[in-house]
Design a protein around this ligand. Structure first.
Ligand code: SF4
Ligand code: SF4
Length: 454
């Protein structure tokens, strides 16, 4: 295997805190009492409910059908009775319609995964025709599970003018505490490579890569050994540097290609997929299993029994905290998605979605939850920014409602990695202000479109 790869400029080293769960095998968790399954868990338009209150449903049954436009189907993650279709609050504070299911017999929630008697398919096994792969992926409701939640069947549609030659599986997982992909690379390596090869053949790419930071030695070993079986796939070792998991930095590190500002990886012939998404594709294409669960990490400095869990979509956050033994201290913060890029909440009823990578319980001020002090113009935020931005100046514009100036200085090029907030000695909540700036910029653009329709 070639040497260790990295992106050239910017980024930072973080306290990783992954040792709490890197050796914790994934545990299967059934829904305790009820789940609230959002009808919009993807980029695009919400699904339409195809069940009603009072209906009996079984795990894997379609409950939300694709709407017109960009969308991804929703399936029941547990068997039981639909008790309501109602709006619930999500982690982004939106009120989203959910199908609420009161769980029935826990026995029929047993893992519907691949039968042990059916071996995972290998390099010699045929992959269905591209249209058939896209159909099965669409039927399974698969979305990008790394956070973006883009419908995967659409991502697999390649335009003739932008041919794809390389697929990268993003196993960098640079967010502190989170070890979901680490465990999946160790435990489901063959399914991961099969999923990568299905993607590769579907879009007509020549090569596929599984890229992993070297701070995950067991995962590196597993993906390196498995790669020997697959002639067109390889494992890539990445330096441990935040944010290697950002798509553009990953592509620069693995292939030394620059994705132009405001363009997608396809512009340089690349598709990037998440580890768990690739495994979901294997399940859908080879075994017709819909996406109803996800693996996530429950960790942090104040968790009794941190670990990795496979949980039904729609599980309330409170059930995850309970499954991990609860907090060890009274004063803590609950962050959904990891301490660098995640969102603080105190609502334990918020449901897990297809793109929830984990939750952490941390002490106040450990990463997020900062109080602002004055900028001392040290320039550290500028030197770590992997997008070569000036976070100090952009956030000043945002705070003064100067959105056009913030746009000129690239607020929309920010990838919300949080590195600037992390290094700021004045503990300024730059990430929060950048998020606000992007939201205000989007609103301003919408207003411009409304006033000047083309
Ligand atoms: S400005 Fe954006 S991209 Fe740059 S370090 Fe801050 S959060 Fe990351
Ligand atoms: S790191 Fe903080 S204090 Fe230093 S220039 Fe940036 S915003 Fe100002």
């Amino acid at each position: 295997m070639p040497g260790i790869k990295k992106f050239p400029i910017g980024g930072t080293h973080l306290p990783e805190n992954k040792d709490l769960t890197t050796d914790s095998p994934i545990k299967w968790l059934n829904a305790a009492q009820s789940v609230a399954i959002p009808l919009k868990q993807h980029l695009g338009v919400a699904c339409k409910a195809v069940v009603s209150a009072g209906d009996e449903v079984h795990v894997g049954q379609l409950i939300g059908a694709n709407s017109e436009g960009l969308s991804a189907r929703i399936h029941a993650s547990t068997s039981g009775t639909v008790t309501a279709i109602e709006k619930r609050v999500m982690i982004d504070h939106s009120a989203t319609e959910c199908v609420v299911i009161q769980c029935s017999n826990a026995a029929d929630q047993q893992e519907p995964g691949i039968d042990a008697a059916v071996p995972v398919k290998g390099p010699a096994d045929a992959v269905p025709e591209p249209d058939e792969v896209r159909k099965r992926v669409e039927e399974a409701g698969i979305v990008g599970m790394g956070g973006a939640a883009f419908p995967t069947h659409v991502k697999l549609q390649v335009k003739k003018d932008t041919p794809i030659d390389s697929i990268i599986i993003n196993g960098a997982e640079c967010e502190p505490y989170i070890t979901t992909d680490d465990r999946l690379m160790q435990e489901r390596t063959a399914e991961l490579y099969r999923g990568l090869d299905i993607i590769r053949q579907t879009v007509g790419a020549q090569r596929g890569y599984v890229a992993c930071e070297v701070n995950k030695p067991a995962a590196i070993k597993a993906i390196t050994e498995e790669a020997e079986r697959w002639p067109q796939l390889e494992a890539v070792r990445l330096d441990t540097r935040y944010p290697h998991g950002a798509e553009k930095h990953l592509i620069k590190a693995v292939l030394n290609r620059e994705v132009p500002i405001r363009q997608l990886p396809m512009a340089v012939g690349v598709i990037v997929n998440n580890v768990q998404t690739a495994i979901a594709i294997t399940e859908a294409v080879d075994h017709a299993i819909p996406l109803t669960r996800r693996v996530l990490t429950v960790s942090g400095s104040v968790v009794s029994q941190p670990g990795n869990f496979s949980v039904p979509v729609g599980t309330p956050l409170g059930d995850l905290v309970t499954a991990a033994g609860g907090p060890t201290e009274d004063d803590y913060r609950l962050v959904v998605g990891g301490p660098m890029t995640g969102m603080l909440t105190d609502d334990y009823g918020i449901p897990v979605t297809k793109s929830t990578s984990g939750i952490v319980l941390i002490r106040p001020g450990e990463y997020a939850d900062r109080s602002a002090e004055v900028c001392i113009r040290c320039g550290r935020c500028v030197s770590v920014c992997p997008m070569y931005l000036q976070p100090n100046r952009i956030t000043t514009f945002v705070r003064n409602e100067m959105i056009e100036e913030a746009e000129e200085f690239g607020v929309n090029d920010c990838i919300l990695c949080g590195a600037c907030s992390f290094v700021c000695p004045s503990r300024r909540p730059l990430l929060q202000w950048l998020r606000e700036g992007k939201a205000k910029s989007a609103s301003a653009a919408e207003e411009r479109r409304r006033r000047n329709p083309v």
